[in-house]
Design a protein around this ligand. Structure first.
Ligand SMILES: NC(=O)CC[C@H](N)C(=O)O
Length: 266
């Protein structure tokens, strides 16, 4: 079987291309790194891919809020091609800065088929500063998200300054919940969603760490699954090994495997 081809957009300060490409490769896909300028010069190359990924980093130095400029460039230079990509039933993933890009563009939460009008914000963390540590992330069982199916709760690293999901529109939040869009949440030691720092590192409403659109094929989150591809990535891997609970593979890899299985029809 041909390996699914995954587009990873690089350039202008995003910096997770190596580990993101490696994640897709380990999961059985064929990633290709394409600079944003090259993509915008030839947006029809999107047709060659089954999935695309907006990666983490500091695009345009986080000026005018994280992800904003990158989102505007994509939106204004290849909206038609991206809409077609989505209409074709392909997958879009965004991690951290990539998630910020997707919300700033309006791809997420993508309610009512709206892909290009932003409806929720990723605001500055409540604590006011950049945070960098591991959190427990619960993936909601009843979410349609294809990336997070059956994953339960896993530890993942976060490293961001603007990760707080926020909206003033309570009806929108309710709609998000009703559609299973809140695919990932920050949880406490009892596996319960929490607003308390540091388990919830940014004060995100409803403890939301990641969002999917109602189709489950467009997904983004703040934590970094591509930074947990090997068991030894976990800060307590040595203790886990002593206790006999070191996982066989890094747990973050599962999101990429889920995506590849979906593309392959499994
Ligand atoms: N790790 C990242 O992608 C960081 C995202 C963004 N630059 C922030 O600080 O919020």
């Amino acid at each position: 079987m041909n390996k699914p081809k995954v587009l990873i957009i690089t350039g202008y300060g995003v910096n997770c291309e190596a580990e993101s490409a490696h994640a897709w490769r380990l999961a059985g896909a064929e990633p290709e790194l394409v600079h944003l300028n090259d993509l915008l010069d030839h947006p029809d190359q999107l047709n060659d891919f089954q999935a695309m990924m907006f990666i983490g980093g500091f695009s345009y130095g986080d000026h005018m809020t994280s992800g904003h400029v990158f989102a505007l460039r994509v939106k204004h230079h290849m909206q038609a091609q991206l809409q077609q990509f989505i209409d074709d039933g392909k997958l879009v993933m965004g991690i951290c800065n990539g998630f910020q890009v997707m919300t700033k563009m309006g791809l997420l939460p993508g309610l009512d088929g709206n892909c290009f009008e932003p409806t929720v914000s990723l605001m500055q963390n409540d604590c006011g500063t950049f945070q960098n540590f591991w959190c427990d992330i619960k993936f909601e069982e009843d979410s349609p998200c294809v990336f997070t199916k059956g994953l339960g709760t896993m530890p993942l690293p976060i490293r961001h300054g603007e990760g707080k999901i926020f909206t003033l529109d309570d009806a929108l939040l309710e709609k998000l919940e009703a559609n299973g869009c809140a695919a990932a949440r920050y949880v406490d030691a009892d596996n319960k969603p929490t607003q308390a720092f540091p388990a919830n590192p940014n004060g995100s409403l409803h403890a939301i760490a990641g969002l999917t659109d109602p189709s489950g094929r467009i997904f983004g989150m703040m934590p970094h699954p591509e930074a947990y591809l090997f068991p030894e990535n976990h800060p307590n891997w040595d203790k886990q090994k002593l206790n006999g609970d070191l996982p066989e593979q890094g747990l973050g890899l599962k999101l990429f495997q889920n995506a590849v299985n979906f593309i392959n029809g499994n």
